[in-house]
Design a protein. Structure first.
Length: 321
C-alpha cells in the first residue's frame, strides 16, 4: 500500500513495530480501503526473541539476521524467559489502541511464530535453504534441542496469553519453515512443543495453526492442536479438509501469485477454492501465505469483493465478544 511505503521511508521496520501508535496505524490501513473481515496486528514473529537475548537486525537485502546464532547449550542456557507485558509493552499497547479504534466493527487477530520456526531462525542466523544447522542440532544434541524448544515454548505461552489479555480476539501460530521436516521428525521433535504452546494458551479465543509446505504434516498438525488448521496452496483444500476431518475448521488457500494476474483469473481461482470448501461452515478464505510486496492493491480489493460475492453465506458483523 502506498500509505505503508510512505511510512517505511521515514521509519525502519523495527521502529514501526516498536512504536504503538505507528503499529496501530499500519494495522488499521487496510480496514476501510480493502473491506477486510478482520484485522491482524502489525508486528513480526521474531520480536519475542530479542528480549530473550538474541540480537535481531532487519537488513535491506538479507531480511531478519541474528548476529549471534544460538547453537550450543551454554548459549541456550543464557536465554531469558521473558515477561511480555514488561519486555514487549509496545505490542500490548498497540493492541489496545487498535481495539479502541475498531469499536467492535471487526475482530483483531494476534499471532506468534511456532517453536520450530523461531528455533530455526536463531540457529541458522536468518533464512535458510536447507536447515542443515537446525536439523544438525536436532539430531546431534537432543538435550540442547529440547532445552531450546522448552524455553521458546514457555515464552510463547506467555506472549500469546498477554496478547489475549491486551484484547486480541483470535490468535494464529505461524510455523513457516516446518515443511522442511519429514513427518516422523515433526512428530518426534516438534509436535510436542507446538502442542505445549497451543494447550498452554488461554482457551478464551480461537487459535489458527498454520504452516507452509505442510501437506505431509496435516494430520500431525491437528494432533498438535488448533481450532483452525491453515493450509497453503500446495494442497487441494477439499482434500486437506477431508484428511483433517470436519470437526476442525480450515483456512486458506489461494496462491498469492494469483493476485499478480488479471481479475478474471482471480475470480476463477476464488470460485475454485470456495468449491473445494464445499459450502461447509468453518472455512476461512485466505491466501496460502502472505501478500507479495509487488501485488497491486486493487487486485487485493477485487479478491475480497469476489470472496464476499461468491461465499455461500457470511457473517461479517464484527466483534463477537
Amino acid at each position: 500500500m502506498k500509505e505503508y511505503r510512505t511510512l517505511r521511508k521515514k521509519f525502519s521496520f523495527l521502529e514501526m513495530c516498536k512504536n504503538p501508535e505507528l503499529a496501530a496505524k499500519v494495522t488499521l490501513l487496510p480496514i476501510e480501503k480493502l473491506k477486510v473481515d478482520a484485522a491482524i496486528i502489525f508486528s513480526d514473529i521474531l520480536l519475542p526473541l530479542e528480549p530473550m537475548g538474541v540480537e535481531l537486525e532487519f537488513t535491506r537485502n538479507e531480511g531478519p539476521v541474528f548476529r549471534n546464532p544460538i547453537r550450543e547449550m551454554s548459549q541456550i542456557d543464557s536465554l531469558q524467559i521473558i515477561e511480555p507485558e514488561e519486555d514487549l509493552p509496545f505490542l500490548m499497547e498497540a493492541i489496545r489502541i487498535v481495539r479502541k479504534e475498531l469499536e467492535g466493527r471487526i475482530p483483531l487477530i494476534g499471532f506468534s511464530g511456532a517453536p520450530f520456526t523461531l528455533a530455526s531462525y536463531i540457529i541458522e542466523g536468518g533464512h535458510s535453504a536447507n536447515y542443515v544447522l537446525t536439523k544438525g542440532l536436532m539430531h546431534k544434541d537432543r538435550s540442547a534441542w529440547d532445552r531450546l524448544m522448552e524455553k521458546i515454548s514457555e515464552v510463547l505461552v506467555r506472549y500469546l496469553t498477554a496478547q489475549i489479555r491486551s484484547g486480541v480476539q483470535a490468535l494464529q501460530l505461524f510455523d513457516s519453515w516446518v515443511g522442511c521436516l519429514s513427518p516422523s521428525d515433526y512428530e518426534e521433535y516438534v509436535l510436542p512443543y507446538s502442542k505445549k504452546v497451543i494447550d498452554g494458551v488461554e482457551k478464551s479465543v480461537p487459535m489458527v495453526h498454520f504452516a507452509t509446505s505442510s501437506s505431509t504434516l496435516l494430520e500431525r498438525m491437528k494432533w498438535a492442536g488448533g481450532d483452525v488448521i491453515g493450509v497453503d496452496w500446495r494442497v487441494n483444500l477439499g482434500e486437506a479438509w477431508a484428511r483433517l476431518g470436519y470437526d476442525v475448521a480450515i483456512q486458506g488457500n489461494l496462491d498469492p501469485v494469483v493476485l499478480l494476474g488479471k481479475p478474471d483469473l482471480i475470480e476463477k481461482e476464488v470460485k475454485r477454492v470456495l468449491s473445494e470448501a464445499g459450502g461447509r461452515p468453518g472455512h476461512i478464505f485466505n491466501l496460502g501465505h502472505g501478500v507479495l510486496p509487488n501485488t497491486p492493491v486493487e487486485n487485493v480489493a477485487f479478491l475480497i469483493e469476489t470472496v464476499h460475492q461468491y461465499s455461500p453465506k457470511s457473517d461479517r458483523k464484527g466483534d463477537k465478544g
